[in-house]
Design a protein. Structure first.
Length: 188
């Protein structure tokens, strides 16, 4: 059995910064699409950490992962897109956008944090942890959803939500590039 106090602290610690991004994404996409994208992103990161983390880190230099920062910068520059998109296509875009935002903004840090903990677990404990993380992901997005319904939060997003969303996406991209050492690699 996993140490639930440890894995809960780990999950909250590495996902706390994504909470603000969730508020933005929940204003832009449906709850279901945001939930599916967040769950998929979290599971991808967990699987990479559990199955291939050591291998990827030994082959790919940390700084090269920084190129993934271009994805949220692209979303920040591109913006909302055409408002006449079909709802089905928008749903797929929402799920994919949330998943990519989570993987890009949290991927390297979460893998680095998850890897040492998951490496010490037996296979069945990793599966239990994955199920537990799915539950924690649902709880955290539900909390973000209810926070997003507060009148003050809704007013901020109605007034400057598009600009705020773009700035957050661009900031996440820049943070990823700095955090992974991509920018310092090119400076040196």
């Amino acid at each position: 059995m996993p140490n639930f106090a440890l894995v809960t602290t780990l999950f909250v610690g590495v996902n706390l910064d994504f909470f603000i991004v969730l508020l933005v994404l929940l204003q832009k996409y449906k709850f279901k699409d945001t939930l599916l994208g967040y769950e998929l992103g979290m599971l991808i990161i967990l699987m990479v950490s559990a199955l291939a983390g050591q291998f990827i880190q030994s082959i790919v230099p940390d700084w090269s992962i920084g190129f993934l920062g271009l994805v949220p910068i692209f979303f920040g520059i591109k913006g909302e897109g055409d408002a006449d998109e079909e709802m089905h296509a928008k749903s797929k875009i929402g799920i994919l956008s949330v998943m990519l935002m989570y993987v890009v903004s949290c991927g390297a840090d979460n893998i680095a944090a998850y890897l040492p903990v998951l490496a010490t677990m037996q296979t069945h404990a990793v599966f239990i942890t994955a199920i537990y993380f799915v539950i924690l992901t649902f709880i955290s997005i539900s909390i973000a959803y209810f926070f997003g319904k507060l009148p003050i939060i809704k007013k901020v997003f109605n007034t400057c939500g598009e600009t705020l969303t773009r700035l957050i996406y661009i900031a996440i991209g820049i943070f990823v590039m700095i955090d992974t050492g991509l920018i310092s690699h090119f400076i040196h």
